[in-house]
Design a protein around this ligand. Structure first.
Ligand code: HSE
Length: 422
């Protein structure tokens, strides 16, 4: 029996998926025993040329969901609305849903999983984090018996591409962003990428998967890469680090810390080698040790592969007639404020090049309980560039030290403060 598929969104991923459902129908059937039949694709502009025959395109997404031959809905529109109402409508009709919409899941995950659970149908989202990298099943099934301690991710291809191009090709931020947009990695509004919003939504989902604690995307601590200067990427390189935008979810005393910010990653760390638009998730647990998953985190074809895997999974359950219980158990565990978490910092200051300056700066760190790991001074003359790397101490103590440094007359500017991965 054929399983009718309706797709909401005919863009880069939706287009790839539609074409593959058509081209690979018999190959998928031979491999899985499932006959997946594309019924309709809801698109915004019906006149635009597509990678699938336009006879499948319709401008009415509700009609796709309600179509009597559609028994499984794939949402690839992105954004909160109308995607959220449409996903809900499909689930309420008892139709399984596959989505790649990290923003929607991070904002309304618990509500939508509740509807799916009440109806006993699948709501699958492998493509929402890490594009083509299989992550959801490893985290929720293969690692279900592990008490994970930390998940670190390079989960935004655009920003990793930009940082790699700035570092190795000396491109400016603007040039690298334009290239990422041309290659199709970037979100429609690239501030979602460079401001860290896209990574924050993915961090929230990763925290839910790894620790069963659902965190709202807006409560994820977030810094983007838009304030980074290439001078700091170069200084970091000389100190033996690579700058990455890391999404972190980790178990701390008192709860989970979930955050997104640039980090100096030691060159010997596996995440330092992840370059270009590639995504990677580094998982740590006391028994399993360290695991690295990496691969294409964006782009039509890799993301469509992840979506197709979910479609096959959901179609199997649908045909078997099983009442699906959600794979994801969402608890309401505690989160800890970043101010209470121990961090290390790279600090670049422009300072007066004169006697007593270093002593004054060192005592600010010392007075706030922050120990200095290394000091490096570049240039001489009236002003010098001073780079300090600190040992691990409370984020709160670091912030207090930075505030005090900004008040010192000999410190012309605290030009950069970037956390160091430890
Ligand atoms: N804009 C995202 C990225 C696409 O650059 O990784 C996938 O979510």
């Amino acid at each position: 029996m054929a399983v009718g598929i309706g797709i909401l969104g005919g863009g880069i991923v939706g287009g790839s998926l539609a074409r593959r459902l058509l081209d690979d129908r018999s190959a998928i059937a031979a491999r899985t025993g499932l006959d997946l039949e594309l019924i309709q694709v809801a698109v915004r502009d019906q006149n635009r040329a597509r990678s699938f025959p336009t006879s499948y395109a319709t401008s009415n997404p509700e009609a796709v969901i309600d179509h009597p031959d559609v028994s499984l809905v794939v949402e690839l529109m992105g954004g909160l609305e109308p995607a959220g109402s449409l996903v809900r409508r499909a689930l309420e009709l008892g139709k399984p849903v596959v989505t790649a919409n990290k923003e929607l899941l991070a904002a309304r995950g618990p509500e939508l999983f509740d509807v799916a659970a009440a109806k006993g149908v699948s709501l699958l989202f492998e493509a929402a984090v890490g594009g083509g990298i299989p992550l959801i099943r490893p985290l929720t099934e293969s690692l279900a018996g592990e008490k994970l301690s930390r998940v670190l991710g390079i989960v935004n291809g655009t920003t990793n591409y930009i940082l790699s191009a700035m570092e190795s090709e000396g491109q400016s931020f603007g040039e690298a962003l334009a290239a990422a947009q041309k290659l199709g990695f970037a979100e429609a509004d690239p501030t979602a990428d460079v401001g860290g919003h896209d990574a924050a939504a993915k961090a929230a989902i990763l925290a839910g998967l790894a620790f069963g604690t659902w965190v709202q995307a807006e409560s994820v601590y977030r810094e983007g890469i838009d304030t980074l200067e290439s001078a700091d990427l170069e200084e970091a390189r000389q100190l033996g680090y690579v700058v990455k935008l890391l999404a972190t979810a980790e178990q701390r005393t008192g709860g989970i810390s979930v955050r997104v910010h640039p980090s100096l990653v030691p060159v010997a760390h596996p995440l330092a080698a992840i370059r270009g638009a590639t995504n990677a998730v580094f998982i740590e647990g006391p028994a399993v040790g360290q695991l690295l998953f990496s691969g294409p985190g964006a782009g039509g074809e890799p993301t469509a592969t992840a979506v197709l895997g979910d479609v096959i999974d959901a179609a199997r359950d649908l045909l078997a007639g099983v009442e699906v219980t959600p794979r994801l158990i969402i608890g309401s565990g505690a989160t800890v404020d970043l101010a209470e978490v121990d961090t290390s910092y790279y600090v670049r200051m422009v300072v007066a090049d004169s006697y007593g300056v270093l002593a004054a700066i060192a005592s600010v760190f010392g007075d706030n309980g922050v120990s200095i790991a290394s000091v490096r001074q570049d240039g001489r003359g009236e002003d010098a560039s001073l780079i300090i790397v600190t040992h691990s101490a409370a984020e709160r103590s670091h912030r207090a030290a930075f505030d005090r440094l900004r008040q010192l007359e000999v410190v012309r500017q605290v030009a950069a403060t970037i956390r160091v991965l430890n």
